[in-house]
Design a protein around this ligand. Structure first.
Ligand SMILES: [Zn+2]
Length: 249
């Protein structure tokens, strides 16, 4: 059986962005989702981290990994968590949080040393998994952890076909969508994606504050499709390989 690896910045990102495609791939292949920033919170968290998480202390990391495992299992895939620390828990200096306010998440450049470490770890994981295709984020929305993951992946998946997804929920805006290629999902794949998204209970309230029903909110976000970037030849080749693996071509 062939293996496909999806590299997710946070626990919910791969499912939010390409949950339908992961469901279709898992019917025929081994699918592993590697989540980069999946560690526990440190013993002391910033006020911002506590507010964003709605929980404090170490519980949030374990809670997010548990809901991630449920979501990924529901898609028929397997999970591998890397224990890198989320941006809201990282420090710029011993007495200074890297992210002071929420907007910093989207305007702070990733730390070069961290990107190098993530790249090294991903290179090892990919060598173990031997995937025929790697799926990863474009970094749409400029979230520091998403940009770091995209940068790390660019240096760690050389030689393997790579398809790049548009990061949801940010990719839901027309500015990104107009530049991306949709893979329209069957009703079965769509239902599987919505059910998997609903597993991320700690995130759903934050992701979709205005809509109670996850299916409606998800459809507003991505219009019943999973979206891919096809700007470069390598990205177009990656998407072509993905279509073949799903059985579209
Ligand atoms: Zn994320």
């Amino acid at each position: 059986m062939t293996t496909i690896v999806a590299v997710s910045p946070h626990p919910d990102d791969a499912v939010l962005s390409i949950g339908g495609v992961l469901h279709d791939l898992a019917k025929r292949h081994t699918v592993e989702i590697v989540t980069v920033f999946a560690s526990d919170a440190p013993p002391q968290v910033s006020h911002l981290a506590a507010r964003l998480a709605g929980l404090s202390g170490a519980n949030i990391g374990a809670a997010r990994r548990a809901e991630d495992r449920r979501a990924v299992e529901s898609l028929g895939a397997r999970k591998h968590h890397l224990m890198f620390c989320d941006a809201v828990h990282r420090r710029a200096a011993p007495d200074q949080w890297l992210i002071q306010e929420e907007a910093d998440l989207y305007r702070t450049a990733p730390e070069a040393e961290l990107v190098a470490k993530v790249s090294e770890t991903l290179t090892r994981r990919l060598a173990e998994a031997c995937p025929v295709l790697v799926l990863g984020p474009a970094g749409h929305g400029d979230h520091i952890d998403h940009v770091a993951t995209a940068a790390a992946l660019a240096t760690s998946c050389a030689g393997t076909a790579c398809a790049t997804w548009s990061d949801m929920p940010y990719g839901g805006s027309s500015a990104f969508r107009d530049r991306c290629t949709p893979l329209h999902l069957s009703p079965t794949a769509w239902s599987a994606k919505v059910a998997a998204i609903a597993c991320y209970e700690t995130q759903v309230r934050w992701l979709f504050p205005a809509v109670n029903d996850v299916g409606t909110a998800a459809r507003q976000m991505c219009g019943g499709a999973d979206w891919f970037v096809t700007k470069t030849d390598a990205q177009r080749r990656g998407l072509h390989t993905l279509r073949q693996l799903i059985g579209e071509q």
